[in-house]
Unconditional design. Sequence first.
Length: 78
Amino acid sequence: MRHSLPKPANPEHVRIVTEGGGQYIGVWEGTLEGQRIADDLILFNSQATGSTLAIKEKDLTPERVSRKIADSDRTFGK
């Protein structure tokens, strides 16, 4: 399997994650050896817990980022 360097951050992804209260990490690409095996995931951290979370790229909105963070923070008691 061949690995490549990470792509530069997509400014729109960064904006949406930041607006939703998260810290942008990057994109997990759902490909393996050039074949699509899953949806791409946008990775971000909760500011309160540092937990790394993910949302499908096609579902990425500030509201969903905020909700995902709130659910995670409740789980971890923050």
